[in-house]
Design a protein around this ligand. Structure first.
Ligand SMILES: *Cc1c(COP(=O)(O)O)cnc(C)c1O
Length: 438
């Protein structure tokens, strides 16, 4: 306890390095790899992670009081930046009313209505506590509704860490070379077929294969192998071919939901998938996610229907308050601002790459982007995996040294928030220039 108190308070004086080292060694003693989620360990970039103690807007502070421009943003949820006053106030007010009831509460209904009003394909939804649960439930619903078992996914897309989806998965699974996790029963992974993203022919063939598929699941703009936008017409092709095959379409918009616009990627493309998974931003930094879609499908869930799903903390009022306060900030000017910032960052980095003749490219959608080293364009997981991860690791080290935090993997998206402004652009571009030169 004493350690913890002194930690926050004397971050600018005293025996600092040893304090961070002590925390890391305590973490390693009780947490596998010293972390509660693998990419946080920074192993792929050859550094010890820097524990963070505080965040404000676009800036985070580590245990030694050093500050960084944050392009991780908690891996996506913090589109309003760290500790946005409206979000913090909403959380405080909700907490004073009670931390949870295990009963229907008004805040979860408010959030559900807000989501239904924003995402046209979502007629009903169930709130859950993680994106993993959302995709797990979506798949169970699709299997129940179609009476089929096979699921088609795309290589490099990440849909959480439940068994059916840890087959050629992106994000940390790709970073650590375990896209096919140990401990997943062979019989289960055989029910998941994997095809390359942006490959219409492979997708069409797989949909026609036996046994007939229950569903095809995808990130409409994959961000877990780095940002890999769909080719023109690809998403519409997925919808059409799936329909022909009698398979449901599940859009996993855990990252893209409310990030690319209020209606997510599907809103921008004018598409209506059967089921949609949301997470990250809808919880504003706390544990909220959702599975939503056609009313007839969602009404298959208990207590109305035969598909079981439940959650002690589902619809937690404090978490839902954080989500609601975050969504309230996302008006059309907010998205214009995010787009403008993202575009300036992309252009600035590309200028620096060109000036150095560096073989690398920036791929971006709105406020999420990835700088791929050793590639001129990345359209799928094979091309992502061919990138120069050693070069990325050196670049990452340079960025940290110059006060910018990125996700510690080539296969992740950088996120910008509404709190990022002119000062942050300048600091990030100065760091990129220095890190490229190092
Ligand atoms: C983060 C993520 C998930 C998993 O969400 P968790 O809350 O980490 O379980 C699922 N799908 C996508 C696209 C994600 O980015």
């Amino acid at each position: 306890m004493r350690d913890r108190v002194s930690f926050g308070k004397c971050s600018l004086k005293g025996n600092l390095r040893s304090m961070t080292e002590r925390l890391l060694s305590r973490a390693h003693a009780v947490l596998p790899g010293g972390v509660n989620s693998p990419v946080r360990a920074w192993r792929a970039v050859g550094l010890e992670p820097r524990p963070l103690v505080r965040g404000r807007g676009a800036i985070v502070f580590d245990t030694e009081g050093r500050e960084y421009v944050d392009l991780v943003c908690a891996f996506g949820p913090l589109i309003a930046g760290h500790a946005h006053p409206d979000v913090v106030r909403a959380v405080e007010e909700a907490a004073r009313r009670g931390l949870g009831f295990g009963a229907l509460n008004p805040t979860e209904v408010d959030l559900a209505e807000r989501i239904v009003a924003s995402v046209p394909s979502v007629e009903r939804l169930r709130l859950v506590t993680s994106g993993t649960e959302a995709t797990m439930t979506a798949i169970r619903l699709a299997r129940a509704a179609t009476g089929r078992e096979r699921i088609i996914k795309f290589a490099g897309c990440y849909h959480g860490h439940h068994d059916a989806m840890l087959v050629r998965a992106g994000s940390g699974a790709a970073t650590f070379g375990v896209p096919d996790s140990a401990g997943v029963p062979e019989a289960l992974s055989q029910l998941t077929t994997v095809v390359e993203f942006n490959d219409v022919d492979a997708m069409t063939t797989s949909l026609r294969d036996d046994p007939a598929p229950a569903a095809i699941i995808l990130e409409p703009v994959p961000a877990n192998m780095g940002v890999v936008p769909p080719c023109a017409g690809f998403l519409a092709d997925v919808m059409e071919r799936a329909r022909e095959a009698g398979a449901l379409v599940i859009f996993d918009e855990v990252i893209t939901g409310f990030r690319l616009g209020r209606g997510g990627a599907q809103g921008l493309e004018g598409l209506k998938p059967d089921l949609t998974c949301l997470g990250k931003i809808v919880g504003g930094g706390l544990s909220v996610a959702a599975v939503g879609g056609r009313a007839d499908l969602l009404d298959q869930l208990a207590p109305l229907g035969p598909v079981y799903q439940a959650g002690t903390l589902a619809g937690n009022p404090v978490a839902c308050a954080a989500g609601l306060a975050t969504l309230a900030l996302l008006d059309p000017p907010a998205y214009q601002r995010l787009e403008a910032f993202g575009a300036r960052l992309e252009a600035g980095i590309e200028d620096l790459l060109r000036a150095r003749g560096e073989r690398a490219c920036v791929q971006r959608r709105g406020s999420m982007l990835t700088l791929f080293f050793g590639a001129e364009g990345v359209r799928n997981f094979s091309e992502a995996k061919a990138c120069d991860t050693a070069r990325f690791a050196r670049f990452f080290q340079g960025m940290v040294a110059h006060g910018v935090l990125l996700p510690a993997s080539q296969f992740e998206a950088w996120f910008v928030s509404l709190a990022h402004g002119d000062r942050e652009i300048e600091r990030v571009l100065a760091a990129v220039e220095a890190a490229l030169a190092a």
